[in-house]
Design a protein around this ligand. Structure first.
Ligand code: CP
Ligand code: NVA
Length: 306
């Protein structure tokens, strides 16, 4: 596997086909109390600029459950806050760490960081992408549906970092993905174009204006917040525009009866998703959240194995 996961386009279909069963196997072994040691003696750095509950804890717990260690590094507490250059920081950090997961604003910053290190770099969310989230989301699909293939995937809401990573996943894995986002909030045209150019099945990635068309007979229905981290002040202005894209019981009636609902969390009940859908029988969000840790173990192990 390629040494970095900066976007899902860094992975091949074969990588994903190895990661899903391995993550599910690690979950079963965890449930049986089997202890793991594949990452003994290894250290993961978690360099974060933005808030996190799940990703930080999932990667940190994954490291310790695999026999390794993690170090949480708040960017503002490093010498970067006093203008030490990125390239110096990246080179020094890679002398101490075996892998690093970075959560920040700029995708380009993470890519430049990766260019200065020879350790694996994992994108733990940028404004543009959230690749490891979508890997664990697809692991959850495999867990619930038996396979990730042959399903209809719907995305409703903002064409944000999560939507972009679903587009990349669709490109790499040949998914049938319908996205419905308000006008002006569709995924970045350049990201879409790059993904389609790399796609196994470019026609499988479709933008539709009506959220009911996206959700019609879908097996997997997915949404995310209307204003992500760093966009909080834009939320009020967006509520009216995004209202027709709310994932609620009425919209879910268009999906297959056995459809599952995904949300990467944190969720804003009454905004992008209603409480009855989030807490209802189709929702698999708590297993989805747990699966971040098992997928993190599989990712870290694969990156170390090279
Ligand atoms: N889903 C997700 O990335 O959650 P956190 O922001 O809590 O890490
Ligand atoms: N789109 C959200 C995802 C949070 C996990 C954000 O960027 O804030």
């Amino acid at each position: 596997m390629k040494k970095d996961i900066l976007t899902l386009l860094d992975l091949r279909l074969e990588d994903c086909e190895r990661l899903f069963p391995r993550a599910l196997q690690l979950k079963r072994r965890h449930d049986k109390g089997v202890s793991e040691s594949a990452l003994a003696g290894r250290t993961l750095g978690l360099l974060f600029d933005k808030a996190s509950t799940r990703t930080r804890l999932a990667f940190s717990a994954a490291m310790s459950k695999m026999g390794g260690t993690s170090l949480f590094i708040q960017s503002g507490e490093t010498q970067m806050s006093r203008n030490e250059p990125l390239r110096d920081t990246a080179r020094v950090m890679s002398r101490y760490l075996d892998m690093i997961a970075i959560r920040t604003y700029s995708q380009e910053w993470v890519e430049r960081f990766a260019g200065y290190t020879d350790i694996p770099v994992i994108n733990a969310l940028t404004d543009s992408f959230h690749p490891t989230q979508v890997l664990s989301d697809l692991m959850t699909v495999v867990e619930k549906k038996g396979d990730f293939k042959g399903l209809k995937y719907a995305w409703v809401g903002d064409g944000n970092n999560m939507a972009n990573s679903w587009i990349n996943a669709a490109a790499v894995m040949g998914l049938d993905l319908f996205l419905s986002c308000p006008e002006g909030y569709t995924p970045d045209a350049g990201i879409l174009e790059t993904a389609k150019a790399a796609a196994v099945n470019p026609e499988g990635i479709r933008l539709v204006s009506d959220p009911r068309e996206a959700v019609a007979d879908a097996d997997v229905v997915n949404t995310d917040v209307w204003a992500g981290m760093g966009q909080e002040e834009k939320l009020e202005g967006r509520k009216r525009i995004f209202a027709p894209y709310q994932l609620n019981a009425e919209l879910m009636q268009h999906a297959r009866a056995d459809a599952i609902v995904l949300h990467c969390l944190p969720a804003h009940r009454g905004e992008e998703i209603t409480d009855d859908v989030l807490e209802g029988p189709s929702s698999v969000v708590w297993d989805q959240a747990e699966n971040k840790m098992h997928m993190a173990k599989a990712i870290l192990e694969a990156l170390i194995e090279g």
